[in-house]
Ligand binder design. Structure first.
Ligand code: ADP
Ligand code: MG
Length: 323
């Protein structure tokens, strides 16, 4: 069985926010400390992502849009210890199949950079180009080649909310990286880059949320948990004040949301959720991120132990807090 087969193909790009997510993931994997996202028309007209990461060599840049070209894993075994956000090597290929894309990139020691222009019919041109160190990608005319998909887009306001959510989650997950989101010329997000999760929460979710937070710090055999939860006074009817990260990857998990809730016992009114920003460090060997192409869902071995560790972490944090 080849690595390619194990990495089942799938639809990665559903909406503008998926493009933003994949491009930011790549910038983070390239060790960028500054990531700027500029969108027009909620991303349907254009999405520009500029990073100051490692950049690509001329050769890597020419291969980047080839399906299953990834510089991040080279064997099936590597799938068991994925620490980079990307590894399937299909994001850029998928994006280029539904949009017009222009990539400009340069590595630190290269004299000249590279520009690659590509659209759904393939690579249009590869040429040397002046460039700062890092990578900038412009994605134009989203879904121009798949009008059917375009019809499924929600209102511009919803698409913008989705993009804001993606950038916010990445910014909370990586407090050391400075994120900027500009929509139609207006700055929506400018994250601090102090490296402190708390600073990012204050900035992204507001002082009222930050005031109610209780630190969480807990370690068990299978997981090490850190972050913040709210005192029971701060609740929401949904989980919009929750963000969970496993090894730096933002994930959605009912299981974790429930494990957190359980830690509050009867302190929460029915159907209400606390704020929770939790970073879980788990041996990558026990985390399967290859469940879904978007990698937002993960499968955990020792799930029961990890759930109960989360509940205990929450109980402990609340018991020492001044409620
Ligand atoms: P994956 O991230 O799964 O490897 P992608 O299609 O997202 O696949 O990207 C393909 C390859 O292009 C990456 O493996 C990486 O080598 C390169 N690449 C993409 N974006 C960047 C970037 N912003 N900086 C440096 N390299 C990048
Ligand atoms: Mg990627």
């Amino acid at each position: 069985e080849s690595t390619i087969n194990k990495i089942a193909a799938g639809e990665v790009i559903e909406r503008p926010a998926s493009v933003v997510k994949e491009l930011i993931d790549n910038s983070i994997d390239a060790n960028a400390t500054d990531i700027r996202v500029e969108i027009k028309g909620s991303g349907t007209k254009s999405i520009l992502v500029v990073d100051n990461g490692s950049g690509m060599s001329h050769q890597d840049a020419s291969l980047a849009f080839t399906k299953h070209a990834t510089s991040k894993i080279s064997s099936i075994e590597d799938l068991d210890r994925v620490l980079t956000l990307g590894f399937r090597g299909e994001a850029l290929a998928s994006i280029a199949s539904v949009c017009r894309v222009e990539l400009t990139t340069r590595q630190e020691n290269d004299i000249s950079g590279t520009r690659v222009v590509v659209d759904s019919s393939g690579i249009k041109s590869i040429s040397p180009a002046g460039s700062a160190v890092g990578t900038s990608i412009v994605v134009n005319d989203l879904f121009y080649s798949t009008p059917a998909r375009k019809k499924y887009l929600k209102s511009l306001r919803t698409e913008l909310a989705n993009i804001t959510d993606v950038v916010t989650r990445h910014a909370v997950a990586h407090p050391g990286i400075s994120f900027t989101l500009v929509s139609d010329g207006k700055v929506i997000i400018r994250s601090p880059s102090s490296g402190e999760l708390f600073d990012s929460i204050v900035h992204l979710y507001g002082a009222d949320v930050a005031r109610s937070l209780v630190p969480v710090e807990f370690r068990s055999e299978f997981v090490s948990i850190s972050g913040y939860i709210s005192k029971p006074e701060l609740t929401r009817s949904g989980t919009d004040l929750q963000a969970f990260f496993i090894n730096g990857r933002s994930i959605y998990s009912r299981v974790i949301a429930n494990a957190v809730r359980l830690g509050y016992y009867t302190l929460l009114p029915k159907g209400r959720y606390p704020a929770a920003f939790l970073k879980l460090e788990i041996d990558p060997f026990h985390v399967d991120v290859n469940v879904h192409p978007t990698k937002r869902e993960v499968r955990l071995s020792h799930e029961k132990e990890i759930e109960s560790a989360i509940t205990t972490a929450v109980e402990q944090a609340l018991s020492t807090a001044d409620l």
